[in-house]
Design a protein around this ligand. Structure first.
Ligand SMILES: Cc1cc2nc3c(=O)[nH]c(=O)nc-3n(C[C@H](O)[C@H](O)[C@H](O)COP(=O)(O)OP(=O)(O)OC[C@H]3O[C@@H](n4cnc5c(N)ncnc54)[C@H](O)[C@@H]3O)c2cc1C
Length: 346
């Protein structure tokens, strides 16, 4: 068995720590709990098949990750007794008209033979959208994907940490002190990866999400996640309570203060998608999403005994459980499903 020091306890670091500790390695995590941690702010859609992104390496990673989720969550919840907020109520992608809906249906359903975990994929009319989600606008037709799901980033992180401790890991809430490192050091420092001298260069995008309640909400059971027009999504956070996002802002600032302008923009969107409801704000969440220059996660050795996991971008909550599984196998000298060298591209 080997020793590992993991720097950063967001979803990427915590998942890797958990999977390494399960294999019996000696693992210590240092986490500074910076304000703006992406995992804490994330809304948590797990539905990679509907994306229009064409990068094959990225798609392979997120597709395998979505497949891994159900068993991974069942095991983690059993080990810890904690709820992660993971649910698969399906997803509805909305489109501006019937023509675009039909093209999207062809594109999305073509992925199913290679990803049976998508479940049923079908076109839904405006009326069916209203039946599935009565408070939502009936303006747009959609495509329903049965396997679409969601997870709460903060709850999943809590469960991973509990599972990690149960498997004998040590979690230290502090800045990493290189003098104290043992064995291989794994940097999973998210947006703060810029503080390390090693490649890859990390930049970040600030994203804001509005959590709100529908005062007169009609939903009596769980709602599917909604991919609205453009990059907008709506995720249920509780009965008749939702998160709508997200804004995207390239920045060098590490401020995680919500902005009045983004708040107003997101409130406007909430009114547009729930036009007949009275909306009550709950909170704004701000997170800093880490990216590499080509938007692909980086998983690889950068120096002797130094490994980096970063650049998880907009789909890090989807990808990180499986990334942790794969990196733990790789660093234990075991076979992996992914070719890790596809993601070690400096
Ligand atoms: C608003 C928003 C919505 C999102 N929605 C989705 C979604 O629907 N689906 C999806 O799949 N993904 C989503 N994401 C993306 C996902 O949340 C991120 O990709 C993921 O959380 C990144 O995880 P991470 O562990 O790399 O970074 P982080 O979660 O930011 O964690 C990095 C940690 O490292 C710590 N750290 C840094 N430097 C040090 C140091 N020197 N010493 C100790 N600790 C240190 C920090 O304090 C921090 O806790 C969303 C993100 C945001 C912001």
């Amino acid at each position: 068995m080997a020793s590992f020091t993991i720097v950063g306890g967001g979803i990427a670091g915590a998942s890797t720590a958990y999977h390494l500790a399960r294999k019996g390695h000696q693992v210590t995590v240092y986490d500074r709990a910076d304000t703006g941690q992406a995992t804490d702010a994330s809304a948590g859609i797990i539905c990679p098949w509907v994306s229009q992104r064409r990068n094959k390496k990225w798609y392979r990673l997120v597709k395998e990750s979505a497949k891994y989720y159900p068993d991974f969550i069942a095991r983690l919840q059993e080990e810890t007794g904690l709820d992660t907020g993971y649910r698969r109520e399906g997803s509805i992608s909305l489109f501006k008209d019937d023509h675009v809906q039909s093209l999207a249906f062809d594109r999305i359903s073509a992925k199913k033979p290679d990803a049976p975990e998508m479940g049923e994929v079908r076109m839904v009319s405006r009326e069916e959208v209203k039946q599935m989600h009565p408070d939502l606008t009936g303006l747009y037709p959609g495509v329903f994907v049965e396997g679409g799901g969601q997870v709460k980033g903060a709850s999943l992180l809590k469960a991973l940490k509990a599972g990690f401790l149960k498997h004998g890991g040590e979690w230290i809430t502090a800045d990493f002190d290189a003098e104290k490192s043992e064995g291989t050091v794994i940097y999973a420092t998210g947006a703060w990866g810029i503080e390390q001298d090693t490649d890859p260069k990390i930049r970040h995008q600030r994203s804001e999400v509005l959590h709100f309640k529908l005062k007169d909400g009609m939903k009596e059971d769980h709602a599917p996640v909604v991919m609205a027009l453009g990059p907008i999504y709506i995720v249920e956070m509780g009965l008749n309570q939702y998160a709508i996002g997200t804004t995207h802002e390239d920045t060098e600032s590490f401020s995680a203060e919500p902005s009045a302008e983004n708040h107003e923009y997101l409130r406007g969107l909430a009114h547009r998608y729930f036009p007949d409801s009275e909306i009550e704000d709950v909170k704004m969440m701000v997170g800093l999403k880490p990216y590499t220059r080509d938007f692909l996660p980086f998983l690889g050795k950068v120096e002797e005994d130094v490994f980096v996991i970063n650049g998880m971008g907009a789909t890090g909550l989807t990808a990180s459980p499986f990334v942790g599984h794969e990196v733990a196998a790789h660093l234990s000298g075991e076979e992996t499903t992914l070719d890790i060298s596809d993601y070690s591209y400096i």
